[in-house]
Design a protein around this ligand. Structure first.
Ligand code: PGA
Length: 306
């Protein structure tokens, strides 16, 4: 069977009016054109759909069934047109975001202000580490990703929008906490609580120690920033974290940023998408919003410089 949309549309009008002339008027077609479409539809289904008894038209049993389907199909098309129009005008839509665990701290704030401007959109947010983000991009399972510098050769398109300084923190009673300057030799003697394999923060810290020919004594692995900060507060070791994660602890003075040689490690946050990805209207607007809002995102942290 090879029904066309046009045949269904014409048949629906004839079935509703039970009159070829009125259906033709409504569709701005000639009456023979309308009869032809109905005839072709009857040929497709190999059975009559309309019968004429006396002067009146009636739908056959199959005709009634097709009328039902045609009405639903046409209504679905109207709904689809309405949905597309709303998506284009950003009245609705779904934004699929994925962000590095560390970026979560400012991204939620950003999404909240965006959602106020576009209240009828829905958002899903995957918060995970760098290696899982690359997997999501590879599988085309999200619109946009916010992460540290994306690797080369993965067919990604990216734009930096915000600094991401990594700092060394300790419990404020740690013996290094009050030192004006902490040397790399002093740092090397310390135990560190570090993020899990796959974390961008962890790789950047590891790279720093390797580049400076230092031992990196990683005492414990933990899978999120909150646990790492808690461990540092409890004196389990020093930690290297993004300043973006420290708002509460610095205010409450439960952690202190150490003034260590070579720190902060300066990284950037990037907004990333697959090369060639056709972003939905809402994802496009959010992408622009991130870049525009970047100036308001950097809070005033007092980061000591060696
Ligand atoms: P992560 O994020 O340490 O939470 O993975 C930082 C990054 O992507 O560089």
């Amino acid at each position: 069977m090879n029904l066309t949309f046009r045949q269904l549309k014409v048949f629906e009008a004839v079935a509703r009016h039970l009159n070829y002339t009125n259906a033709a008027k409504e569709l701005h077609l000639s009456q023979p054109a309308v009869s032809m479409q109905v005839k072709q539809l009857e040929e497709q289904v190999s059975t009559p759909l309309i019968e004429k008894l006396g002067k009146k038209l009636y739908l056959t049993e199959v005709g009634l069934e097709i009328q039902d389907y045609a009405c639903n199909t046409l209504q679905q098309l109207v709904d689809l047109e309405e949905t597309i129009a709303q998506m284009k005008s950003m009245k609705r839509g779904h934004l699929k975001m994925a962000v590095a665990s560390t970026a979560n701290h400012f991204v939620i704030r950003l999404l909240a202000s965006f959602a106020k401007v576009y209240p009828r959109i829905s958002i899903s947010l995957d918060v995970t580490n760098r290696s899982s983000l690359l997997e999501l991009l590879e599988k085309n399972e999200c619109d946009l990703v916010i992460m540290g510098s994306p690797p080369e050769g993965h067919n990604l398109q990216s734009a930096p929008f915000l600094e991401n300084p990594l700092v060394v923190v300790s419990n404020p009673h740690h013996y290094l906490a009050d030192k004006k300057h902490v040397s790399l030799q002093e740092l090397e003697k310390e135990d560190f609580v570090v993020r899990e394999q796959g974390s961008g923060t962890r790789s950047a810290a590891k790279r720093f120690f390797t580049e400076h020919n230092l031992k990196f004594k990683t005492k414990m692995n933990m899978s999120n920033n909150r646990a790492i900060k808690h461990a540092a507060e409890e004196g389990l070791g020093l930690a290297i974290v993004s300043v973006h994660t420290l708002e509460i602890e610095l205010k409450a003075k439960t952690l202190k940023i150490l003034n260590v040689e070579g720190f902060p490690i300066f990284r950037n946050w990037y907004v990333v998408q697959r090369e060639g990805k056709r972003l939905s209207p809402i994802a496009k607007v959010f992408n622009e919003y991130i870049l525009q809002e970047s100036d308001n995102m950097m809070q005033n942290f007092d980061i000591p410089h060696f």
